[in-house]
Design a protein around this ligand. Structure first.
Ligand SMILES: [Zn+2]
Length: 133
């Protein structure tokens, strides 16, 4: 068994807040092979994901949702996990127009497609007048 400390991301006032200045949210004993990275963590009835780690100290953040029955998202600005709502920021940097990514929130493997909407813009190059009858 090993002891882990969970800290809430919201308790860190800024990105450079020292872990020592933050009160742990939970201190738990887990088996030695427990790997929390890229997994949804259920505590009571709330789901969290790890956003930073320092040794056995973990900074966690509540997931927007957690529904294993949801399988698709449509029309999103980013690649968004249907299960946990985690968004892969800067999705535009992904090469190609589709592929697979591991969800950073719950660890599910996501298959995504980039939908490119085609629109047209037009300017007049040469005008012709209507025939008056
Ligand atoms: Zn997810």
């Amino acid at each position: 068994m090993k002891q882990i400390k969970l800290y809430l991301k919201d308790d860190f006032k800024s990105w450079d807040t020292d872990w020592k200045d933050v009160k742990p949210f939970r201190i738990l004993s887990v088996s030695d092979d427990t790997d929390l990275w890229e997994r949804a963590i259920r505590l009571d009835d709330t789901y969290y994901t790890i956003c930073a780690k320092q040794g056995e100290n973990y900074q966690i953040e509540e997931l927007p949702s957690y529904d294993l029955n949801k399988e698709e998202t449509f029309g999103e600005d980013e690649i968004k996990c249907p299960i946990c709502g985690y968004e892969i920021s800067d999705s535009w940097e992904c090469e190609d127009d589709g592929g697979e990514e591991v969800c950073g929130g719950c660890g599910s493997i996501l298959e995504w497609n980039r939908v490119v909407e085609v629109t047209y813009s037009t300017t007049v190059k040469e005008k012709t007048r209507a025939i008056r009858l």
